[in-house]
Design a protein around this ligand. Structure first.
Ligand code: 5GP
Ligand code: MN
Length: 339
C-alpha cells in the first residue's frame, strides 16, 4: 500500500462510520480470521461494523471469537443487502474480484460507496478506492496485522484480535510451512502470542476436531488417488455419492489435496469434488516449486488463486472434468518436469 492509499484509508477512517467487512464465498480460516480481527479493531476505533460472508463456513472455525455475530448473505439476503447498501465503507478481504462472493457480487457491483481491499491473491481488480494488495504475503490475516500497524494501532490488539489473526495465518500457511511464510510472519505470530493468542489451543480447536465420518472420507479419497508419474501429478476424486455416504459437512475435505502433494516426486496435486446441488465439479489445485496453478486454474477452469494454491470449477460431470484435465496435461509436461 503506497502513502497515498494509506492517507486515503486514514482519512476515510478518521470519523466514525458504518462499515461492512466481507470475505469470499466458501470462507476459509484466513477469510474468517482476517474479517473478524479487522472488525474488532475498527470497533475499537469507534466504528459501527458488521462482518458478512456470502455463505456458511466450516464447523472447525465456529469457535473463533466473534464468529457468532457473522451474517450470511445466503441466509439473510434482505438484511445483508440493506447493510451493504447503507455502508459508508466496505472492506473486502481475502479476495480481489467481486465475483468471488457469488451472488452477493451482483449486489456489490451496484454499490457506489468506498471499497477498501486487503488481499494477497494475484491480479487484483480495480473496484477499490484503497487497494492493499501484496502477493508475497502469507495471508490476508498477516496483512490486516500490517494494516493495523500502519494505522498505529498495534497497542489495540487484544486476545480476540490476536486469536483470529493467528488462526488465519496458521491455516493459510499450512501451519507456517508454505514458502510464503517469512521471518516477518514469525515475528507477527510471536507478537500475537504476546497479545493473548493461545497457539496450542488454536491448533487443537482447528485440527483436532475430526469426526469419524471425515476420517473415513479421507480413506476413500486416498483410495481414489490416481498417480500420473510422467506428469509428476496426483489427483483425487470424490463423488456426491461418496460424500453423502459419509454425511459430508462443509470443510470436511479441507486439506485432503495436500496428501497427494506429500508424495515424493509429485509437484502437482488436484482434488475434484462433485457438487450435485450446484451442478458443478469443484476443483482445488496445489503445486510445489514454480509450476503456477493460478495460471492453470485461470486458463482452464474459471478459477485462480496463488502460484502454489488455487481453485476452480467445471460445469461438466466429475468424470468428464477429470477426462478434460487429463487431456490438458501433455501441454504442461515440460513445465511439470522442470518445476
Ligand atoms: P481452495 O482450493 O482451498 O478452495 O483455494 C485455494 C486458493 O485459491 C485460495 O486462496 C482461494 O481463495 C483461491 N480460489 C479457490 N477457488 C477459486 C476460484 O474459483 N476462483 C479464484 N479466483 N480463486 C479461487
Ligand atoms: Mn488467504
Amino acid at each position: 500500500m503506497n502513502d497515498t492509499a494509506l492517507q486515503t484509508a486514514k482519512e476515510l477512517l478518521s470519523h466514525s462510520k458504518k462499515i461492512v467487512v466481507i470475505g469470499h464465498k466458501n470462507p476459509d480460516g484466513d477469510a474468517i480470521g482476517s474479517c473478524l480481527a479487522l472488525s474488532f479493531f475498527l470497533k475499537k476505533l469507534g466504528h459501527d461494523t458488521q462482518v458478512l460472508m456470502p455463505n456458511d463456513f466450516p464447523e472447525f472455525l465456529k469457535w473463533l471469537p466473534g464468529c457468532e455475530n457473522i451474517l450470511l448473505f445466503e441466509k439473510d439476503r434482505e438484511e445483508t443487502t440493506k447493510l451493504v447498501n447503507e455502508a459508508d465503507i466496505i472492506f473486502t478481504l481475502d479476495f480481489n474480484a467481486l465475483n468471488r462472493t457469488g451472488e452477493l457480487g451482483t449486489v456489490l457491483e451496484k454499490v457506489t460507496t468506498h471499497f477498501i481491499m486487503i488481499d494477497h491473491h494475484q491480479q487484483p481488480d480495480s473496484y477499490a478506492v484503497v487497494t492493499y494488495s501484496d502477493v508475497t504475503m502469507s495471508s490476508t490475516s498477516e496483512m490486516v496485522y500490517h494494516f493495523i500497524d500502519k494505522l498505529e494501532g498495534l497497542k489495540k490488539i487484544d486476545a480476540s484480535i490476536a486469536t483470529n489473526l493467528y488462526a488465519g495465518i496458521m491455516t493459510d500457511t499450512g501451519s507456517f510451512r508454505f514458502p510464503s511464510t517469512s521471518a516477518t510472519t514469525h515475528k507477527v505470530i510471536a507478537h500475537l502470542i504476546e497479545c493473548g493468542a493461545n497457539n496450542s489451543a488454536i491448533h487443537q480447536n482447528i485440527f483436532d476436531t475430526n469426526s469419524p465420518d471425515r476420517m473415513k472420507l479421507l480413506g476413500v479419497a486416498l483410495e481414489n488417488m490416481v498417480i500420473l508419474e510422467e506428469y509428476h501429478t496426483a489427483y483425487i476424486t470424490l463423488s456426491q455419492k461418496e460424500l453423502d455416504a459419509h454425511n459430508f459437512r462443509k470443510g470436511d475435505t479441507e486439506g485432503f489435496v495436500n496428501y497427494s502433494l506429500s508424495i515424493k516426486g509429485i509437484v502437482f496435486a488436484v482434488i475434484f469434488i462433485e457438487n450435485k446441488q450446484e451442478s458443478i465439479t469443484k476443483i482445488s489445485f496445489r503445486s510445489k516449486g514454480n509450476f503456477s496453478v493460478n495460471e492453470f486454474a485461470r486458463t482452464h477452469f474459471h478459477g485462480g488463486g496463488h502460484t502454489n494454491a488455487a481453485g476452480g470449477r467445471s460445469e461438466k460431470s466429475l468424470k468428464a472434468t477429470v477426462k478434460e484435465f487429463i487431456s490438458i496435461l501433455p501441454k504442461y509436461k515440460n513445465a511439470l518436469n522442470h518445476a
